[in-house]
Design a protein around this ligand. Structure first.
Ligand code: SF4
Length: 347
């Protein structure tokens, strides 16, 4: 097995590594271009590198950190990639085509330790953090999809895992993804979604300009403590403090994701509480009707309750959009396919 996942390196680290191999530093930039601008899958495609350098690369470094284990497609065109990791774990990425948008949803951990009650990934437990290469490679591999790859124009870190619990690897991946010499995504087209690790939210605002989304899901601490155990560590006062101070660029807003669970968090009174909670934050709200999965204790609210909740927010002059649940028959809600496969292979 080749020891090095080359996509773990930033350009600077690649320069150091190339120099240690006795090559000129400019070779690093050449390699970087092959890996990202050209998205090569085999060293033999790098025809401008010397034969001796290529044979070192062949024996010491692998280009791809993931193998495609399965691709499922839903009737609505949502596509789900199940990727195998070198240690036998699985992760997944979901590609949602909704023209003109074509969005890839990326995972940051295999499993998740945070145990949100409504989430299938949470019920799988935590396997491990993904390496930078395993995060970046989800994008590289999806970009190679002959049909949808060239159309991918936005990324969301909303797949398996909590990205801010794997901060350093995710940050390095964000740099490669948004680097004009790397995968060239604009910051405006990349969104990181978090359950709200307040100290890391503050740090993120100083270290990247990507969009921030907060999975809020409850308007008060009592309910949020119950649905999302992380709230006991970072209660809403602390999280909202970090959001209020978040250095937003002009015309940007923080997105608040709110999964509506029937009879749990979907009443008009709770919508009013949410309005009060978001006071003073440049916010928009995505309302998502819960997508039930086997074994879940929650149900999807009836449409009139969803509309009623939205109406309260709109009357308070908040932008509140009802998002469609996509790809439900292929288990496109976070972690569903990988969870099934991990059970099948006995992880
Ligand atoms: S919602 Fe996100 S943070 Fe919560 S358990 Fe699922 S993957 Fe983890």
């Amino acid at each position: 097995m080749k020891p090095i996942h080359i996509k773990n390196f930033t350009l600077e680290q690649l320069e150091e590594w190339v120099r240690a191999l006795g090559e000129k530093p400019f070779r690093a930039r050449q390699l970087y271009r092959h890996l990202y601008a050209r998205n090569v899958s085999d060293w033999s495609q790098c025809t401008d590198l010397s034969r001796s350098f290529l044979s070192r690369l062949e024996s010491e470094a692998s280009i791809d950190a993931l193998t495609v284990s399965r691709v499922d497609e839903a009737r609505d065109g949502t596509r789900k990639y199940l990727f195998g990791l070198r240690d036998g774990n699985f992760i997944e990425s979901v590609l949602i085509s909704d023209p003109p948008r074509c969005t890839l949803c990326v995972s940051s951990q295999a499993g998740c330790a945070l145990g949100c009650k409504f989430c299938l990934t949470g019920s799988m437990g935590f396997k491990r953090n993904l390496e930078t290469a395993e995060i970046v490679d989800q994008v590289c591999q999806a970009l190679r999809d002959p049909e949808l790859g060239p159309k991918i124009n936005s990324l969301v870190f909303m797949g398996m895992g909590e990205p801010l619990a794997n901060y350093d690897q995710v940050l390095r991946a964000l740099h490669i993804i948004t680097d004009p010499d790397g995968l060239m995504f604009s910051h405006r087209r990349v969104t990181l979604s978090t359950v709200g690790l307040a100290p890391q939210v503050r740090r993120l605002g100083t270290e990247t300009a990507v969009n921030l989304a907060i999975s809020i899901h409850a308007p008060n601490d009592a309910l949020r403590d119950e649905l999302m155990p992380i709230n006991r560590t970072y209660p809403l006062s602390e999280l909202m403090g970090a959001c209020r101070e978040y250095p937003l660029q002009a015309r940007k807003r923080i997105t608040f994701e709110y999964i509506l669970l029937d009879g749990v968090n979907d009443s008009p009174a709770q919508a009013k509480e949410l309005v009060r909670l978001l006071h003073g934050v440049r916010a928009k709200i995505n309302l998502i009707a819960f997508n039930p999965h086997p074994g879940s204790i929650y149900r999807t609210p009836p449409q009139e309750k969803i509309l009623g909740f939205q109406e309260v927010l709109r009357k308070a002059n908040l932008t509140a959009i009802i998002r469609k649940s996509r790809g439900s028959e292929i288990g496109a809600a976070c972690g569903q396919l990988a969870a099934k496969l991990m059970n099948e292979v006995g992880h």
